[in-house]
Design a protein around this ligand. Structure first.
Ligand SMILES: [Zn+2]
Ligand SMILES: [Zn+2]
Length: 468
Protein backbone atom coordinates (compact mmCIF):
# COMPACT_ATOMS: atom_id res chain seq x y z
CA UNK A 1 0.00 0.00 0.00
CA UNK A 2 1.32 3.41 -0.95
CA UNK A 3 0.50 5.73 1.96
CA UNK A 4 1.08 8.89 -0.10
CA UNK A 5 -1.72 8.09 -2.50
CA UNK A 6 -4.07 6.43 -0.11
CA UNK A 7 -6.51 8.97 1.19
CA UNK A 8 -8.05 6.56 3.61
CA UNK A 9 -4.73 5.94 5.33
CA UNK A 10 -3.94 9.64 5.58
CA UNK A 11 -7.23 10.43 7.19
CA UNK A 12 -6.77 7.89 9.93
CA UNK A 13 -3.42 9.39 10.94
CA UNK A 14 -4.99 12.21 12.84
CA UNK A 15 -6.04 9.82 15.52
CA UNK A 16 -2.36 9.53 16.32
CA UNK A 17 -1.84 12.98 17.77
CA UNK A 18 1.45 12.40 19.50
CA UNK A 19 0.29 14.41 22.48
CA UNK A 20 2.00 13.63 25.73
CA UNK A 21 0.41 16.22 27.99
CA UNK A 22 -2.39 15.21 30.34
CA UNK A 23 -4.85 17.47 28.60
CA UNK A 24 -5.35 16.66 24.96
CA UNK A 25 -7.28 19.43 23.22
CA UNK A 26 -7.79 17.08 20.30
CA UNK A 27 -9.14 14.21 22.39
CA UNK A 28 -12.70 14.60 21.17
CA UNK A 29 -11.64 14.64 17.54
CA UNK A 30 -13.38 12.12 15.32
CA UNK A 31 -11.58 10.55 12.37
CA UNK A 32 -13.49 11.42 9.20
CA UNK A 33 -13.56 7.81 8.09
CA UNK A 34 -15.74 7.00 11.07
CA UNK A 35 -18.28 9.66 10.23
CA UNK A 36 -21.24 8.44 8.27
CA UNK A 37 -21.32 10.54 5.10
CA UNK A 38 -25.13 10.28 5.06
CA UNK A 39 -25.31 12.37 8.19
CA UNK A 40 -24.19 15.42 6.24
CA UNK A 41 -25.65 14.74 2.81
CA UNK A 42 -28.75 16.85 3.37
CA UNK A 43 -26.76 19.85 4.44
CA UNK A 44 -24.60 20.18 1.34
CA UNK A 45 -27.40 21.95 -0.55
CA UNK A 46 -27.82 24.56 2.11
CA UNK A 47 -24.35 26.11 1.86
CA UNK A 48 -25.57 28.31 -0.96
CA UNK A 49 -27.05 30.84 1.44
CA UNK A 50 -23.57 31.69 2.70
CA UNK A 51 -24.53 32.26 6.28
CA UNK A 52 -21.25 31.65 8.11
CA UNK A 53 -22.78 31.76 11.59
CA UNK A 54 -25.34 29.12 10.92
CA UNK A 55 -25.66 26.66 13.73
CA UNK A 56 -27.09 23.85 11.63
CA UNK A 57 -23.75 23.31 9.90
CA UNK A 58 -21.75 20.65 11.71
CA UNK A 59 -18.46 21.74 13.17
CA UNK A 60 -15.11 20.54 11.92
CA UNK A 61 -13.83 17.86 11.60
CA UNK A 62 -17.11 16.86 9.91
CA UNK A 63 -16.51 17.12 6.14
CA UNK A 64 -19.42 19.57 5.79
CA UNK A 65 -17.86 21.77 8.44
CA UNK A 66 -14.50 21.63 6.72
CA UNK A 67 -16.05 22.49 3.35
CA UNK A 68 -17.84 25.45 4.94
CA UNK A 69 -14.62 26.61 6.57
CA UNK A 70 -12.88 26.50 3.18
CA UNK A 71 -15.68 28.47 1.48
CA UNK A 72 -15.24 31.19 4.10
CA UNK A 73 -11.75 31.84 2.81
CA UNK A 74 -9.89 30.30 5.72
CA UNK A 75 -6.13 30.31 5.14
CA UNK A 76 -4.10 27.10 5.30
CA UNK A 77 -2.66 27.99 8.73
CA UNK A 78 -6.09 28.52 10.24
CA UNK A 79 -7.55 25.53 8.40
CA UNK A 80 -4.80 23.38 9.89
CA UNK A 81 -5.63 24.89 13.27
CA UNK A 82 -9.44 24.63 13.28
CA UNK A 83 -10.14 21.56 11.12
CA UNK A 84 -9.58 19.14 13.98
CA UNK A 85 -7.06 17.27 11.90
CA UNK A 86 -3.60 16.91 13.26
CA UNK A 87 -0.72 15.07 11.83
CA UNK A 88 1.99 15.03 14.43
CA UNK A 89 4.99 17.16 13.64
CA UNK A 90 3.66 18.83 10.50
CA UNK A 91 3.42 22.62 10.37
CA UNK A 92 -0.14 23.94 10.44
CA UNK A 93 -0.08 25.36 6.93
CA UNK A 94 0.88 21.96 5.51
CA UNK A 95 -1.88 20.29 7.53
CA UNK A 96 -4.30 22.93 6.21
CA UNK A 97 -3.14 22.42 2.64
CA UNK A 98 -3.69 18.69 2.94
CA UNK A 99 -7.16 19.17 4.44
CA UNK A 100 -8.01 21.54 1.58
CA UNK A 101 -6.75 19.15 -1.11
CA UNK A 102 -8.68 16.28 0.36
CA UNK A 103 -11.86 18.38 0.50
CA UNK A 104 -11.42 19.37 -3.16
CA UNK A 105 -10.93 15.72 -4.07
CA UNK A 106 -14.25 14.98 -2.41
CA UNK A 107 -15.94 17.91 -4.13
CA UNK A 108 -14.10 19.34 -7.16
CA UNK A 109 -16.47 22.34 -7.25
CA UNK A 110 -15.47 23.49 -3.77
CA UNK A 111 -14.03 27.02 -3.83
CA UNK A 112 -13.74 30.16 -1.77
CA UNK A 113 -16.80 32.36 -1.99
CA UNK A 114 -16.37 35.29 -4.39
CA UNK A 115 -16.71 38.24 -2.04
CA UNK A 116 -14.18 36.94 0.51
CA UNK A 117 -11.03 39.08 0.71
CA UNK A 118 -9.19 37.60 3.66
CA UNK A 119 -9.11 34.73 6.13
CA UNK A 120 -11.99 35.33 8.57
CA UNK A 121 -10.01 33.86 11.45
CA UNK A 122 -6.63 35.58 11.24
CA UNK A 123 -7.32 38.38 8.74
CA UNK A 124 -4.37 37.02 6.76
CA UNK A 125 -1.84 37.54 9.56
CA UNK A 126 -0.26 34.17 8.85
CA UNK A 127 0.36 35.26 5.25
CA UNK A 128 2.48 38.12 6.62
CA UNK A 129 4.71 35.74 8.54
CA UNK A 130 7.80 36.51 6.43
CA UNK A 131 7.37 40.25 6.96
CA UNK A 132 6.84 39.78 10.70
CA UNK A 133 9.93 37.60 11.05
CA UNK A 134 11.99 40.05 9.01
CA UNK A 135 10.92 42.95 11.23
CA UNK A 136 11.73 41.02 14.38
CA UNK A 137 15.19 39.99 13.20
CA UNK A 138 15.92 43.54 12.05
CA UNK A 139 14.79 44.96 15.39
CA UNK A 140 17.36 42.89 17.29
CA UNK A 141 19.99 42.86 14.58
CA UNK A 142 22.85 44.29 16.68
CA UNK A 143 21.69 43.00 20.07
CA UNK A 144 23.41 40.19 21.95
CA UNK A 145 20.75 38.09 23.70
CA UNK A 146 19.40 34.59 24.03
CA UNK A 147 16.25 34.87 26.18
CA UNK A 148 13.37 36.52 24.39
CA UNK A 149 9.71 36.99 25.15
CA UNK A 150 7.12 37.61 22.46
CA UNK A 151 4.02 39.67 23.04
CA UNK A 152 1.30 40.11 20.44
CA UNK A 153 -1.08 43.02 20.51
CA UNK A 154 -4.42 42.41 18.83
CA UNK A 155 -7.32 44.73 18.29
CA UNK A 156 -9.77 43.68 20.98
CA UNK A 157 -12.67 43.09 18.56
CA UNK A 158 -10.52 40.84 16.40
CA UNK A 159 -9.86 38.42 19.28
CA UNK A 160 -13.54 38.42 20.27
CA UNK A 161 -14.76 37.89 16.69
CA UNK A 162 -12.32 35.02 16.21
CA UNK A 163 -13.56 33.39 19.44
CA UNK A 164 -17.16 33.54 18.21
CA UNK A 165 -16.27 32.19 14.79
CA UNK A 166 -14.19 29.39 16.26
CA UNK A 167 -16.95 28.44 18.67
CA UNK A 168 -19.42 27.99 15.80
CA UNK A 169 -17.37 26.16 13.17
CA UNK A 170 -13.98 25.07 14.49
CA UNK A 171 -13.35 21.61 15.91
CA UNK A 172 -13.70 21.49 19.67
CA UNK A 173 -10.34 22.09 21.29
CA UNK A 174 -8.91 24.16 18.42
CA UNK A 175 -6.19 26.42 19.71
CA UNK A 176 -6.82 30.14 19.93
CA UNK A 177 -5.40 32.45 17.30
CA UNK A 178 -3.05 34.30 19.63
CA UNK A 179 -1.30 31.22 21.01
CA UNK A 180 -1.00 29.68 17.57
CA UNK A 181 0.30 32.84 15.93
CA UNK A 182 2.77 33.24 18.77
CA UNK A 183 4.08 29.69 18.35
CA UNK A 184 4.30 30.08 14.59
CA UNK A 185 6.22 33.36 14.80
CA UNK A 186 8.55 31.95 17.46
CA UNK A 187 9.31 28.87 15.38
CA UNK A 188 10.02 31.00 12.32
CA UNK A 189 12.25 33.44 14.24
CA UNK A 190 14.13 30.53 15.85
CA UNK A 191 15.14 29.41 12.37
CA UNK A 192 16.64 32.85 11.63
CA UNK A 193 18.24 33.37 15.07
CA UNK A 194 19.78 30.09 16.22
CA UNK A 195 20.15 29.80 19.97
CA UNK A 196 17.17 32.01 20.81
CA UNK A 197 15.26 30.77 23.85
CA UNK A 198 11.62 31.81 24.28
CA UNK A 199 10.76 32.57 27.89
CA UNK A 200 7.77 33.77 29.87
CA UNK A 201 9.76 35.67 32.48
CA UNK A 202 13.02 37.55 32.79
CA UNK A 203 13.66 37.95 29.08
CA UNK A 204 16.67 39.85 27.81
CA UNK A 205 14.63 41.18 24.94
CA UNK A 206 10.89 41.78 24.90
CA UNK A 207 9.42 41.78 21.42
CA UNK A 208 6.02 43.31 20.95
CA UNK A 209 4.28 42.67 17.66
CA UNK A 210 1.26 44.77 16.74
CA UNK A 211 -1.15 42.97 14.42
CA UNK A 212 -2.73 46.21 13.19
CA UNK A 213 0.42 47.91 11.98
CA UNK A 214 2.64 44.81 11.68
CA UNK A 215 5.10 46.92 13.67
CA UNK A 216 7.65 45.31 15.98
CA UNK A 217 9.01 46.97 19.09
CA UNK A 218 12.10 45.45 20.69
CA UNK A 219 12.68 46.38 24.31
CA UNK A 220 16.19 45.38 25.29
CA UNK A 221 16.06 44.79 29.03
CA UNK A 222 18.59 46.41 31.32
CA UNK A 223 21.75 44.66 32.46
CA UNK A 224 22.65 44.89 36.16
CA UNK A 225 26.13 44.74 37.63
CA UNK A 226 26.93 44.47 41.32
CA UNK A 227 30.14 45.73 42.87
CA UNK A 228 31.61 47.71 45.78
CA UNK A 229 33.28 51.07 45.47
CA UNK A 230 35.86 52.69 47.65
CA UNK A 231 35.96 56.46 47.43
CA UNK A 232 39.55 57.56 47.94
CA UNK A 233 39.16 61.32 47.44
CA UNK A 234 36.76 63.92 48.83
CA UNK A 235 34.64 66.17 46.64
CA UNK A 236 33.01 63.46 44.54
CA UNK A 237 29.22 63.09 44.63
CA UNK A 238 27.77 59.61 44.30
CA UNK A 239 25.53 60.33 41.34
CA UNK A 240 25.71 62.83 38.50
CA UNK A 241 24.72 66.24 39.70
CA UNK A 242 23.55 68.77 37.15
CA UNK A 243 25.10 72.25 37.33
CA UNK A 244 23.12 74.49 39.70
CA UNK A 245 23.39 77.47 37.34
CA UNK A 246 22.32 75.91 34.03
CA UNK A 247 20.82 72.65 35.30
CA UNK A 248 22.81 70.84 32.67
CA UNK A 249 20.82 72.30 29.80
CA UNK A 250 22.06 73.35 26.38
CA UNK A 251 25.58 72.02 26.70
CA UNK A 252 26.42 73.65 30.03
CA UNK A 253 27.39 77.19 31.00
CA UNK A 254 30.39 79.26 32.07
CA UNK A 255 30.30 78.21 35.72
CA UNK A 256 30.38 74.48 34.88
CA UNK A 257 32.82 74.98 32.02
CA UNK A 258 30.37 73.53 29.55
CA UNK A 259 30.08 70.18 31.30
CA UNK A 260 26.54 70.72 32.59
CA UNK A 261 27.74 69.10 35.82
CA UNK A 262 28.27 70.69 39.23
CA UNK A 263 31.29 68.43 39.79
CA UNK A 264 33.63 67.14 37.10
CA UNK A 265 33.14 63.51 38.23
CA UNK A 266 30.77 61.37 40.23
CA UNK A 267 31.01 57.77 41.41
CA UNK A 268 28.31 57.10 38.84
CA UNK A 269 30.23 58.63 35.94
CA UNK A 270 33.52 56.98 36.93
CA UNK A 271 31.91 53.55 37.33
CA UNK A 272 29.25 53.61 34.64
CA UNK A 273 30.93 55.32 31.70
CA UNK A 274 33.39 52.45 31.07
CA UNK A 275 30.48 50.02 31.61
CA UNK A 276 28.37 51.81 29.03
CA UNK A 277 31.25 51.53 26.61
CA UNK A 278 31.78 47.82 27.34
CA UNK A 279 28.10 46.98 26.87
CA UNK A 280 27.21 49.61 24.24
CA UNK A 281 24.32 50.65 26.48
CA UNK A 282 22.15 53.67 25.76
CA UNK A 283 22.33 55.11 29.29
CA UNK A 284 22.92 54.11 32.90
CA UNK A 285 21.57 54.36 36.43
CA UNK A 286 23.43 53.96 39.71
CA UNK A 287 21.96 52.40 42.85
CA UNK A 288 24.08 52.59 46.00
CA UNK A 289 23.50 51.06 49.41
CA UNK A 290 23.02 54.52 50.85
CA UNK A 291 25.41 57.34 50.07
CA UNK A 292 28.08 59.38 51.76
CA UNK A 293 28.31 63.16 51.59
CA UNK A 294 30.44 64.68 48.85
CA UNK A 295 33.23 65.53 51.28
CA UNK A 296 33.25 62.09 52.91
CA UNK A 297 35.49 59.28 51.73
CA UNK A 298 34.37 55.67 51.76
CA UNK A 299 37.13 53.24 52.67
CA UNK A 300 37.40 49.72 54.06
CA UNK A 301 35.64 47.18 51.91
CA UNK A 302 33.69 49.92 50.18
CA UNK A 303 30.01 50.53 49.52
CA UNK A 304 27.86 47.99 47.64
CA UNK A 305 26.19 49.24 44.47
CA UNK A 306 24.27 47.98 41.48
CA UNK A 307 24.92 49.70 38.17
CA UNK A 308 22.15 49.49 35.61
CA UNK A 309 22.98 49.46 31.91
CA UNK A 310 19.94 50.45 29.88
CA UNK A 311 19.36 48.89 26.44
CA UNK A 312 22.76 47.19 26.25
CA UNK A 313 23.81 45.78 22.89
CA UNK A 314 26.28 43.44 24.54
CA UNK A 315 25.83 41.22 27.61
CA UNK A 316 29.00 39.19 27.79
CA UNK A 317 31.35 41.00 30.12
CA UNK A 318 34.93 40.33 31.12
CA UNK A 319 34.54 41.50 34.73
CA UNK A 320 38.25 41.50 35.43
CA UNK A 321 39.03 43.62 32.40
CA UNK A 322 36.17 46.00 33.14
CA UNK A 323 37.29 46.39 36.77
CA UNK A 324 40.82 47.17 35.63
CA UNK A 325 39.59 49.70 33.07
CA UNK A 326 37.43 51.52 35.63
CA UNK A 327 40.15 51.55 38.29
CA UNK A 328 42.84 52.80 35.94
CA UNK A 329 40.70 55.64 34.61
CA UNK A 330 39.58 56.66 38.12
CA UNK A 331 42.98 56.28 39.77
CA UNK A 332 43.21 57.99 43.20
CA UNK A 333 39.52 58.92 43.01
CA UNK A 334 37.68 55.64 43.33
CA UNK A 335 38.37 51.94 43.18
CA UNK A 336 35.88 49.13 42.61
CA UNK A 337 36.01 45.40 43.34
CA UNK A 338 33.84 42.25 43.52
CA UNK A 339 32.15 43.06 40.22
CA UNK A 340 29.61 40.44 39.12
CA UNK A 341 26.29 39.96 37.35
CA UNK A 342 23.23 41.16 39.23
CA UNK A 343 19.52 41.68 38.65
CA UNK A 344 16.69 44.12 39.31
CA UNK A 345 15.71 42.35 42.55
CA UNK A 346 19.13 43.11 43.96
CA UNK A 347 18.54 46.82 43.40
CA UNK A 348 15.70 46.61 45.94
CA UNK A 349 17.83 44.56 48.29
CA UNK A 350 20.64 47.12 48.10
CA UNK A 351 18.25 50.01 48.63
CA UNK A 352 16.44 48.41 51.54
CA UNK A 353 19.43 47.05 53.45
CA UNK A 354 19.95 48.95 56.68
CA UNK A 355 23.61 48.28 57.29
CA UNK A 356 25.52 49.36 60.36
CA UNK A 357 28.43 51.58 59.45
CA UNK A 358 31.75 52.44 61.01
CA UNK A 359 33.20 55.92 60.61
CA UNK A 360 36.40 57.70 61.46
CA UNK A 361 35.82 61.34 62.34
CA UNK A 362 38.29 64.12 63.15
CA UNK A 363 37.31 67.40 64.69
CA UNK A 364 38.60 70.57 66.31
CA UNK A 365 37.64 71.33 69.91
CA UNK A 366 38.62 74.24 72.18
CA UNK A 367 38.35 72.12 75.34
CA UNK A 368 39.97 72.53 78.76
CA UNK A 369 39.99 68.85 79.72
CA UNK A 370 42.67 66.23 80.29
CA UNK A 371 43.17 63.51 77.70
CA UNK A 372 41.83 60.91 80.14
CA UNK A 373 38.70 62.96 80.79
CA UNK A 374 38.08 63.38 77.04
CA UNK A 375 38.54 59.64 76.44
CA UNK A 376 36.16 58.73 79.24
CA UNK A 377 33.48 61.14 78.09
CA UNK A 378 33.63 60.12 74.40
CA UNK A 379 33.67 56.41 75.31
CA UNK A 380 30.49 56.94 77.29
CA UNK A 381 28.66 57.23 73.93
CA UNK A 382 29.05 53.46 73.38
CA UNK A 383 25.63 51.79 73.49
CA UNK A 384 23.74 55.09 73.79
CA UNK A 385 20.60 55.91 71.83
CA UNK A 386 20.89 59.26 70.09
CA UNK A 387 17.92 61.56 69.60
CA UNK A 388 18.53 63.34 66.34
CA UNK A 389 16.32 66.07 65.04
CA UNK A 390 16.56 66.48 61.25
CA UNK A 391 19.79 68.46 60.71
CA UNK A 392 19.51 72.04 59.51
CA UNK A 393 21.71 71.22 56.49
CA UNK A 394 19.15 68.74 55.10
CA UNK A 395 15.97 70.35 56.51
CA UNK A 396 15.09 71.80 53.09
CA UNK A 397 14.59 68.32 51.60
CA UNK A 398 13.63 66.15 54.57
CA UNK A 399 10.74 66.27 57.01
CA UNK A 400 11.58 67.82 60.37
CA UNK A 401 11.37 65.05 62.95
CA UNK A 402 13.29 63.44 65.76
CA UNK A 403 14.65 59.97 65.19
CA UNK A 404 16.55 57.58 67.42
CA UNK A 405 19.76 55.91 66.35
CA UNK A 406 22.04 53.68 68.38
CA UNK A 407 25.78 54.12 68.80
CA UNK A 408 27.13 50.57 68.79
CA UNK A 409 30.71 51.30 69.83
CA UNK A 410 33.40 53.95 70.05
CA UNK A 411 37.11 53.17 69.77
CA UNK A 412 40.59 54.36 68.72
CA UNK A 413 40.28 57.76 70.35
CA UNK A 414 43.23 59.93 69.37
CA UNK A 415 43.90 63.30 70.99
CA UNK A 416 46.42 65.74 69.49
CA UNK A 417 45.88 68.89 71.55
CA UNK A 418 42.79 70.52 70.06
CA UNK A 419 42.36 67.95 67.28
CA UNK A 420 40.53 64.82 68.30
CA UNK A 421 39.74 61.72 66.23
CA UNK A 422 37.83 58.52 66.93
CA UNK A 423 36.12 55.56 65.27
CA UNK A 424 32.42 55.04 65.80
CA UNK A 425 30.13 52.22 64.71
CA UNK A 426 26.46 53.08 64.54
CA UNK A 427 23.09 52.19 63.20
CA UNK A 428 22.15 52.91 59.60
CA UNK A 429 20.93 56.47 59.15
CA UNK A 430 22.89 58.09 61.98
CA UNK A 431 23.90 61.69 61.31
CA UNK A 432 27.54 61.33 62.33
CA UNK A 433 28.71 64.94 61.87
CA UNK A 434 25.80 66.00 64.08
CA UNK A 435 26.78 63.37 66.65
CA UNK A 436 30.01 65.37 67.03
CA UNK A 437 28.98 69.04 66.73
CA UNK A 438 25.37 68.53 68.02
CA UNK A 439 23.77 70.79 65.36
CA UNK A 440 23.03 73.48 67.96
CA UNK A 441 21.67 70.97 70.39
CA UNK A 442 19.47 69.11 67.90
CA UNK A 443 21.41 65.86 68.50
CA UNK A 444 21.50 64.45 72.04
CA UNK A 445 23.77 63.27 73.47
CA UNK A 446 26.66 64.63 71.37
CA UNK A 447 30.43 64.93 71.66
CA UNK A 448 30.13 68.73 71.90
CA UNK A 449 27.65 68.34 74.76
CA UNK A 450 29.81 65.81 76.60
CA UNK A 451 32.98 67.91 76.23
CA UNK A 452 31.08 71.12 77.03
CA UNK A 453 32.78 72.86 74.11
CA UNK A 454 32.21 73.71 70.46
CA UNK A 455 33.35 70.99 68.09
CA UNK A 456 34.09 71.57 64.41
CA UNK A 457 34.33 68.57 62.11
CA UNK A 458 37.55 68.52 60.06
CA UNK A 459 36.85 65.38 58.06
CA UNK A 460 34.83 62.21 58.08
CA UNK A 461 35.48 58.84 56.46
CA UNK A 462 33.24 55.83 56.14
CA UNK A 463 35.53 53.19 57.56
CA UNK A 464 33.34 50.22 56.75
CA UNK A 465 29.83 49.24 55.74
CA UNK A 466 28.80 46.09 57.55
CA UNK A 467 26.84 44.41 54.79
CA UNK A 468 27.34 41.75 52.11
ZN1 LIG B 1 -6.01 32.51 8.79
ZN1 LIG C 1 26.34 75.01 34.05
Amino acid sequence: MDPDSDEEDDWTKYADTGYTSTYDPWADMVPASEIEEEEFDDEFDEFEDEDFRRTDIPRCPAPAGIDHTIRMGTCNHCLGRVAGVRIAGDPLDLVGERVRNQAIERDPDLKVDDEIDCCPFCEDLFLDLDVIVKRITEAVDDVEFSKAQLGIHFAKDHVAAEEVLRSTIAATGSRPLKATLSDTIQAAVSEKIPGIVWVKERPEVMLLFDTLTLGVNADVRALFLYGRYRKLARGIPQTRWPCRACRGRDGGCESCEGTGQQYPHSIQSLVCEPMVEFTSAVSDAFHGMGREDIDVRCLGDGRPFVAEMKSPRSRTIDFEKLTKTINQAAKDQIEIHSLRASNRAEVSRIKETKAEKSYTIRFNCEHELSDDEITTRIESLSGQILEQQTPQRVAHRRADKVRNRKVISVENILIEEHEIQFDVRCESGTYVKELVHSDEGRTNPSVAGLLEADCEVIWLDVKDIHAD
